[in-house]
Design a protein around this ligand. Structure first.
Ligand code: SF4
Ligand code: SF4
Length: 99
């Protein structure tokens, strides 16, 4: 089967120069996309982002931008129309996005 992985391409943009290292994005991200770093967090698994928008909404300095609402939900709808598997986040459903 031709597996389509929406997570290889997403709209997540992070500017470490603006980050004040508050850690909110790490706390709210269901896919552990960000990890702790020295001075600023590190965008560790961009491909795991499902574009939920939680990090952007919780970042106090707008260091993160993401076009939310086009990730998992969009992938499921597209998968239904194309007949391809829609979710490639690899989370096994633990975050509720691919159940
Ligand atoms: S948009 Fe959601 S999944 Fe993506 S990095 Fe932010 S909190 Fe994590
Ligand atoms: S929420 Fe924003 S300021 Fe806080 S650690 Fe994440 S990117 Fe940095």
């Amino acid at each position: 089967m031709n597996r389509w992985n929406s997570y290889l391409e997403n709209t997540l943009i992070y500017d470490p120069n603006q980050c004040v290292n508050c850690g909110r994005c790490i706390e709210v991200c269901p896919h552990r996309v960000f990890i702790s770093g020295s001075g600023s967090v590190v965008l560790d698994k961009k491909e795991a982002c499902m574009e939920c928008g939680a990090c952007e909404r919780n970042c106090p300095v707008s260091a993160i931008q993401v076009d939310s609402g086009v990730g998992c939900a969009y992938a499921m709808i597209r998968g239904a129309f194309t007949g391809k598997e829609e979710c490639g986040c690899g989370d096994g459903g633990s975050s509720g996005c691919c159940t």
